[in-house]
Design a protein around this ligand. Structure first.
Ligand SMILES: Nc1ncnc2c1ncn2[C@@H]1O[C@H](COP(=O)(O)OP(=O)(O)O)[C@@H](O)[C@H]1O
Ligand SMILES: [Mg+2]
Length: 219
């Protein structure tokens, strides 16, 4: 088991205004699974993904990464866990504006105190058609290019777990398919566990398993 949640809850607001973004979600993810997280806008997909990545604290319930309970960990311990185990692809990219493409991509590796595997980084850049953009700043890139940089950054550390929030939302269909194919390849080659939030039924069908979120509950 690589990820497990136990009656995970996230509530916003109080009493009559309370929003139950996650309502007792219990899921189990095995090592090497390739999972699509689907559901309507506002159903709780991003909240669940953020929680599994240790980016947000639950109101109640538990989250385990491997055998380690991360719910209740302090910020420092969570950051350490994230750096060593998780590649996160954010919906809004979160690129660092003063760093160029290459520097953005290798930053998580460096923060984890490691040396980037240059041949591997080159191969990711090539697949994502970013080789010629290595020294460009994020602001000079299109939305799709920025999204691809965010994907490369998440993969740079060869993390055990990749969590991706609508990673193909700003890409055309051909590039979107390339990205999914690349993630699938990574999943097979490195036995990475990959969870992707997607609206795209075609993408979801290519994945090993689908978890549907409805009103904060996992079906
Ligand atoms: N910081 C927040 N404060 C209040 N409500 C929030 C916050 N973040 C998310 N929500 C609410 O929680 C629910 C789930 O949101 P989210 O996980 O972003 O859904 P999805 O990613 O499926 O579109 C929504 O009703 C959303 O408005
Ligand atoms: Mg979302």
């Amino acid at each position: 088991m690589v990820i497990r949640t136990e009656k995970l809850c996230k509530f916003y607001g109080t009493e009559e205004n309370q929003i139950r973004a996650l309502d007792e979600v219990s899921i189990k993810v095995q090592k090497g699974e390739f999972i699509a997280l689907i559901g309507k806008s506002g159903s709780g997909k991003s909240t669940l993904l953020n929680m599994m990545g240790g980016l947000d604290n639950p109101t109640a319930g538990k989250i385990y990464i491997g055998d380690v309970e991360i719910s209740g960990m302090n910020a420092e311990a969570l950051t350490k866990m994230r750096r060593s185990k998780i590649g996160f692809i954010f919906q809004n990219y979160n690129l660092i504006p003063v760093l160029n493409v290459y520097e953005n991509i290798v930053l998580p590796v460096q923060l984890d105190g490691k040396k980037p595997d240059e041949a591997y980084i080159e191969s990711i850049l090539k697949t994502l058609e970013l080789s010629s953009k290595k020294t460009s700043l994020p602001a000079s890139l299109s939305g799709g290019q920025q999204q691809r940089v965010a994907i490369a950054r998440a993969l740079a550390n060869k993390p055990e777990i990749v969590l991706a929030d609508e990673p193909t939302g700003n890409l055309d269909a051909a590039m979107g398919n390339e990205v999914i194919a690349m993630l699938k390849q990574m999943n097979e080659k490195y036995n990475q566990t990959i969870i992707i939030v997607t609206h795209d039924q075609e993408i979801a069908e290519q994945m090993g398993r689908t978890i549907r979120i409805v009103d904060g509950r996992a079906l």
